[in-house]
Design a protein around this ligand. Structure first.
Ligand code: URA
Length: 435
């Protein structure tokens, strides 16, 4: 077998066999295939795409490039959730305790954030003492005791993706649906997920800005799930405005706690209900998403999701007093209000800009080795369609210095467009893809 022939076939839109795909991924992971040939292959995929079968084969070849975790202790039916990343997306912090409260055991591996979207581990780092570096035994004990645990990713999972993603990043081939779909799904499968619920974000704050492409990505991932025996459902959801109010680590934890108390922003609560209902169907707790919603509302009425969150925080060494005393979370030294200059309606929120403003304040990292400021961030109190009066509070900025906060406040003002004509509120859930 020759790499040259595989590149030629891909370039010409011909079907690749399982053996050819495995030869390519194995050879690249082991350093036997040079970057220039792999880059040419990625570019061929970028222009020609890959068939659904080849995309599924690619995913499994990537899974088998490294360690594959199994969880027989959890009955081998691990339900996992993945978001493609958004601004203010603290869904995992609310959704997982909520689903656990409905009786599904959750063992979650999460990552740190990069760029304008945050990571769950960064957010949870704001809780003093919270540990992610649990051993496998501790992880399983926590799941058994608290019903859920969230840890950092360990082990050598999908080394092919690490190498390939770095190569795609510098060869303008990140933006290819089969490559993105196989990259995301390989990591979920290698972590041991057998049932997967995906939140594919679209809009100005999302990685996949256009709805048709986001739908195609969702369909491709659901198809990979079907072809590899991992039942997968995807919701395509709106990221044309921040999710909830808070953007920034400690601020988002505070909002997640309020949501677990039943007092969270409407959009965040609604998204958690929709994703949670799908997780309950996947876990075979209920037959339909409608039943799932009812069960989630029932457990919320009894205050169980917050109990699960508290149990997880305590079991992972965190200071659970933050639930009653959020001032124990990191607090920014400087805070400033942003008010509307004129009256009218919010017609547009430049969501990626909002994410970048939070990042510049210190809430996110540009490079993986950067430190972050857990207390920094912002709160955006308005949504598209809201009627606004001049002088009304539209946002708050939290940061390390007066200068940084002032600069951020000016940028936020320019990121929320207020015009005279009314605008329609945005729909949150734009599509559901299932098999
Ligand atoms: N996120 C991933 O994990 N992989 C991609 O290729 C793109 C986004």
């Amino acid at each position: 077998m020759r790499v040259y022939d595989i590149i030629t076939k891909t370039r010409d839109g011909l079907e690749l066999s399982r053996e050819e795909i495995r030869f390519l991924i194995d050879g690249y992971t082991k350093g036997q295939i040079p970057d220039y040939q792999m880059a040419a292959w990625c570019m061929a995929v970028y222009f020609q795409g890959l068939s659904p079968q080849a995309t599924a084969e690619l995913t499994m070849a990537m899974v088998d490039s490294g360690e594959v975790l199994t969880w027989p202790e959890l009955g081998d039916q691990l339900v996992d959730k993945h978001s493609t990343g958004g601004v203010g997306d603290k869904t995992t912090l609310v959704l997982l305790p909520w689903v656990a409260a409905a009786g599904v055991r959750i063992a979650k591996m999460s990552g740190r954030g990069l760029g304008h979207t945050g990571g769950t581990l960064d957010k949870l780092s704001s809780i003093p003492g919270f540990r992610f570096d649990l051993t496998r035994a501790e992880f399983l004990q926590t799941v058994a005791k608290a019903g859920l645990a969230i840890v950092g990713q360990t082990g050598n999972l999908v080394p092919a993706d690490k190498k390939l993603y770095a190569l795609r990043d510098v060869t303008a081939t990140v933006d290819s649906i089969p490559l993105i779909a196989s990259s995301i799904m390989s990591k979920k499968i290698a972590a041991g997920a057998s049932r997967i619920v995906l939140d594919v974000k679209t809009g100005s704050g999302a990685f996949m800005e256009e709805l048709p492409k986001a739908k195609l990505l969702a369909e491709t991932m659901v198809d990979i799930g079907a072809k590899t025996g991992r039942r997968t459902t995807a919701l395509v959801t709106n990221m044309d405005q921040p999710l909830g109010v808070a953007v920034g680590n400690a601020l988002e934890v505070r909002e997640a706690i309020e949501t677990l108390q039943g007092n969270g922003p409407e959009d965040l609560t609604e998204l958690c209900l929709a994703l949670g209902a799908e997780m309950l169907v996947q876990a075979e707790k209920v037959d339909t998403p409608q039943e799932g919603r009812r069960l989630l509302l029932e457990v919320m009425d009894k205050g169980l999701p917050l109990q699960k969150f508290r149990a997880m925080v305590e079991a992972q060494g965190g200071d659970a007093r933050v639930i009653e005393e959020p001032e124990l979370l990191p607090q920014a030294p400087v805070c400033s209000d942003v008010t509307a200059v004129g009256s009218g309606y919010v017609t547009r929120i430049h969501t990626k800009r909002i994410g970048l403003i939070a990042m510049e304040l210190g809430a996110g990292r540009q490079r993986i080795e950067d430190d972050i400021d857990l207390s920094a961030g912002l709160e955006v109190f308005v949504k598209v369609g809201d009627e606004i009066q001049a002088g009304q509070l539209i946002a708050k900025v939290y940061g390390p210095t007066t200068e940084a906060v002032k600069k951020a406040a000016q940028k936020i003002e320019a990121s929320v467009e207020i015009e005279e004509h009314p605008a329609k509120p945005l729909s949150l859930i734009l599509a559901r893809v299932s098999r």
